[in-house]
Write a protein that binds this ligand. Structure first.
Ligand SMILES: N[C@@H](CCC(=O)N[C@@H](CS)C(=O)NCC(=O)O)C(=O)O
Length: 214
């Protein structure tokens, strides 16, 4: 499949679909339709009068529909796919040990980071649990990211990769959920660096959500 194929990204403003949204702009994919999902009174995602489950049986974002109709539904795999279509954008290393090391970190974002911060949104989690979880798993993952950013400007070295857009998306949630970032100054500096990128600004603007650091 080609770089200039027709693509359709289903997103919810600010959700993990922001990661592929940033990546589509970062690599300047030319032929993308962005479809905002809504919610019905049962909390299910909707697209117009239809349920998102008609597109993605998991009922979640992101979902990327390719020109041939195939649907991809896991964010970390979607960005690997996009990176392979746009090698000159260097969204992820494509060869050697770096390829595996980058995938390892991308997987950390998709599993530990995404799901630890994401748990703080669960309506069935008690306030007591959320406080303990912030001090436990969330802090552990943010500390690791903060350490990585003490060595480099971006998470996988001196250049932006799709690991940054994923981690930016999740650490953004943590800021909005009032996690204390005073012990993570490198994350704050990197979030500002991320928000200076035209791709990030454009994706946030299209999703109708504010910069953390206007
Ligand atoms: N395994 C999926 C998870 C995607 C995911 O958790 N999406 C969230 C938004 S960040 C969602 O759609 N949540 C709605 C729900 O769980 O009903 C991935 O890694 O892309």
């Amino acid at each position: 499949m080609a770089f200039d194929q027709k693509l359709k990204l289903f997103y919810l403003p600010g959700a993990c679909s922001l990661n592929p949204h940033i990546i589509l702009h970062e690599a300047k994919f030319p032929n993308v339709e962005y479809v905002k999902v809504g919610r019905n009174d049962k909390g299910q995602f909707t697209v117009g009068n239809e349920l998102l489950t008609d597109v993605n049986p998991k009922g979640r974002v992101p979902a990327l529909v390719l020109e041939n109709g195939h649907v991809m539904t896991e964010g970390s795999i979607i960005v690997q796919y996009l990176a392979s279509l746009a090698p000159e954008a260097k969204l992820l290393p494509q060869e050697g040990q770096s390829k595996w090391d980058a995938l390892e970190l991308l997987n950390f974002c998709a599993s530990d980071l995404h799901k630890s911060v994401g748990t703080l949104f669960k309506p069935y989690a008690s306030d007591e649990f959320k406080q303990a979880h912030k001090a436990g798993e969330v802090a552990r993952n943010l500390k690791y990211i903060n350490e990585l950013l003490s060595k480099n400007e971006y998470l996988f070295g001196s250049e932006f990769t799709a690991i940054d857009s994923y981690a930016y998306t999740c650490t953004r949630w943590a800021v909005n959920l009032k996690v204390d970032f005073s012990e993570y100054p490198n994350i704050t500096a990197w979030q500002k660096r991320m928000e200076a990128r035209p791709s990030v600004k454009k994706a946030l603007e299209e999703e109708g959500i504010p910069l953390l650091f206007p």
